[in-house]
Design a protein around this ligand. Sequence first.
Ligand code: FUB
Length: 346
Amino acid sequence: MPGDQRQKWPAKWIVQCGLAAVLAFSPLCIRAEPAGEPRLPGSNPIITDAFTADPSPLVVGDTVYLYTSHDIARGDVLYAMNDWLVYSSKDMKVWQAHGPVMRETDFSWATATNSAWAAQAIEKDGKFYFYAPVKHKEPDRGFAIGVGVSNSPTGPFVDARGSALITNSMTKAGRDYDQDIDPTVFIDDDGTPWLMWGHFTCFLAKLQPNMTELDGEIMTIQLPDFTEGPWLFKRDGHYYLAYASIDEVKQGNERIAYAMAPSVTGPWTYKGLITGETRNSYTIHPGIIAYKGQWYFFYHDALLTIGDLKGADGRRAVAVEYLHFDDDGAIRPIKQTDAGVSLAIP
Ligand code: FUB
């Protein structure tokens, strides 16, 4: 159909600007490094063919799939996104673009208002489920969360329900119509799937085994300075919840904080910041995975320039750093770098 961006981009389009020779002569990508210096594979930002944000990595076999929001704002416009992109890598350094996996208008109940915000995909029983926030049509106005399904991690995903999984009218706690955003999905070792999401209020709900319906009530989780962007994962029996956080007193830009718990439902103990404010962007958003024995922290900043479009709050760029734990399970603070994972693991 005309304008259907779900059609695949050229399958062999290698986008990682770690290809120094390509980048050195590219008129489109401007690097963070001083002109003339070679750009090493794995340098930040890792995605340079489009403005991307809200990284959501997923390991499938020997491949990392990286789902992102897709910033298309011009000028000073904020957060204009109408589809989600996916990239893949087998070494965390060279990334291949697979094009859009879904558009906001693939949810027939959603508005076409550039509201394709932070999403996350997960695999269950050979299928891939994509949890995505979009603005709902009247009368249940405001952000809602839909579920896409596909037989492939690169999509295309189709609406699995024909209706939103979470709507504004289902979440009475919290502040207003924009709180049902930023879903993170997690399957516990006993097979129980969980969905967490929220903006200033952190919501948690169990999913049914079919991944497309809630199983029980929506709960709220209390966390210091919770703003948005929750990311759930588990390591060595500890549950971790990373999230974007604004200091209630100082305000400022978002940082990434985290909490730990003995179960998904808590009690959650605040552990401090993983990383501080990011460069040139009010927002920052976490995505954390283990891959081939190493942990990685994905986020976005806004240092990329493409053509005549400079990085800005509405034009962000996904980046990645190594992540390390202390013996007691605490996450070591992360410094945001240009080198990213281009250098050996420290
Ligand atoms: O990308 C739009 C919004 O900005 C996301 O939903 C938030 O997490 C923040 O990154």
